[in-house]
Design a binder for this molecule. Structure first.
Ligand code: CU
Length: 132
């Protein structure tokens, strides 16, 4: 009789441990998923969008598609997409080459002007930097 009770207790203990492990791994997964977007969100708007002087490449588009900065400003592009993109100047002033997911490209717009650029992999992706 004692053995039966012991094995029932052991079963309950193992079940409790399994539930505890599952809870911990679930909360870890949830924490990682929650923190992941914040990692790229170094700008003033945090994880919700690109910060000042920052462009996100997300959902097959440059966001913002049009950005205006003071001449001399360095703009930072971050690829938030799973697929690779490029930041390629229409006039070959700058060309990032292939940027993988999570990759970053920066370019300093020393001279005032309007700079159109596109993604060489997906040429329908176009955007503009205006330096003034
Ligand atoms: Cu692209």
């Amino acid at each position: 009789m004692k053995n039966v009770i012991d094995s029932k207790s052991r079963f309950l203990m193992i079940a409790a441990i399994m539930i505890a492990i599952l809870s911990v791994s679930y909360s870890c997964t949830k924490t990682t998923a929650y923190n992941a977007p914040a990692a790229g969100g170094t700008g003033t708007k945090g994880a919700t969008g690109p910060g000042a002087n920052e462009v996100w490449i997300q959902g097959m588009a440059f966001t913002p598609a049009s950005i205006t900065v003071v001449a001399g400003t360095t703009i930072k592009w971050t690829n938030k997409d799973a697929v690779a993109h490029t930041v390629t100047s229409n006039t070959n002033l700058f060309n990032s080459g292939s940027i993988a997911n999570g990759g970053v490209f920066t370019f300093t717009f020393a001279t005032a002007g309007t700079y159109d650029y596109y993604c060489a992999i997906h040429p329908s992706m176009t955007a503009t930097v205006t330096a003034q």
